[in-house]
Ligand binder design. Structure first.
Ligand SMILES: Nc1ncnc2c1ncn2[C@@H]1O[C@H](COP(=O)(O)OP(=O)(O)OP(=O)(O)O)[C@@H](O)[C@H]1O
Ligand SMILES: [Mg+2]
Length: 267
């Protein structure tokens, strides 16, 4: 078996390790869906996780969050296993489902973002004034000031995603994980969402791990990309991401195909 490994240069040795996945194997319904995954993410990195349908991207996210248990191997976030006390409020989770809030729920953007400030740590240590400030800042960061009092059900897909990201930011999350946040969002909105994430990384010091099918968009934005198909077959700078032929070759080496509708460009 062959794997391309390119080490992405890190500017400083002191950079904090946010995520460390070591030799991770995960089975679902008796089937091995993640095999020997090794992935390390440093503070301030913007990593795009790509791969065909059913390749294990969401499973890896769920393992990182501690929802799926490892058969073998370990996951460490800020040096501790998932769901440890030191991670309360530090991890923001944005899924496509998160933005698909039920139509019957009447909630404004501001109220939704405020929900992000309600976690065990914040409730004990934050004053109401601090909470309100965190909400204000988060709404500003995602550029949704004008829609603060708008009912979430009235927002476009892209705006809903921004609101959900603001909710994660209001919780003070440093490490933001997003699973397919671009699905159903038109190209302009998806570009500006990626730009927002890039800004969060560069100016606010957030660490981002994003799953997406939109290879072209991710390649333009993420600094680093990982190609996952049960195992990780490429991990390196986005500039060095293999083209479709090379990818097919990588996948061919493993003799595991038959599924996936992987597209380089989305219409
Ligand atoms: N709840 C589940 N129970 C059992 N197996 C599952 C479950 N969810 C997913 N799987 C299987 O795990 C494997 C990985 O699925 P996963 O959802 O992680 O892939 P994915 O890369 O996120 O795919 P997609 O791009 O379609 O979202 C697939 O073979 C899938 O059939
Ligand atoms: Mg998925």
């Amino acid at each position: 078996m062959e794997q391309i490994q390119i080490t992405v240069g890190t500017s400083s040795l002191e950079e904090e390790t946010v995520l460390e996945v070591k030799d991770l194997c995960v089975t679902r319904s008796g089937k091995l869906v993640l095999e020997d995954i090794n992935l390390e993410i440093k503070s301030g990195e913007f990593v795009g996780l790509v791969g065909p349908n059913g390749s294990g991207k969401s499973s890896l996210m769920l393992s990182i969050l501690g929802i799926l248990k490892a058969q073998k191997g370990t996951v460490r976030i800020y040096g501790s296993p998932p769901m440890s006390r030191n991670q309360i409020g530090k991890i923001g989770w944005v899924s496509q489902a998160a933005a698909n809030l039920k139509k019957e729920i009447r909630i404004t953007v501001e109220e939704l973002v405020k929900l992000g400030t309600l976690n065990a740590k914040n409730m004990f240590f934050r004053s109401r004034k601090e909470q309100n400030l965190a909400v204000e800042n988060a709404i500003k960061m995602v550029g949704m000031e004008e829609h603060k009092h708008t009912d979430v059900s009235k927002l476009s897909g892209g705006q809903k995603q921004r609101a959900v990201i603001a909710r994660a930011l209001a919780s003070n999350a440093d490490f933001i994980l997003l699973d397919e946040p671009l699905v159903g969002i038109e190209r302009n909105a998806s570009n500006s969402l990626l730009k927002l994430l890039d800004n969060l990384c560069h100016h606010e010091g957030n660490t981002i791990l994003i799953v997406s099918h939109d290879l072209a968009a991710i390649r333009q934005t993420a600094h680093r990309m990982s190609f996952l198909e049960q195992g990780i077959w490429f991990d390196g700078s986005s500039d060095e991401f293999p083209d479709l032929n090379q990818l097919a070759h990588l996948r061919g080496i493993r003799h595991v195909h038959g599924h996936g509708n992987y597209k380089e460009e989305e219409e």
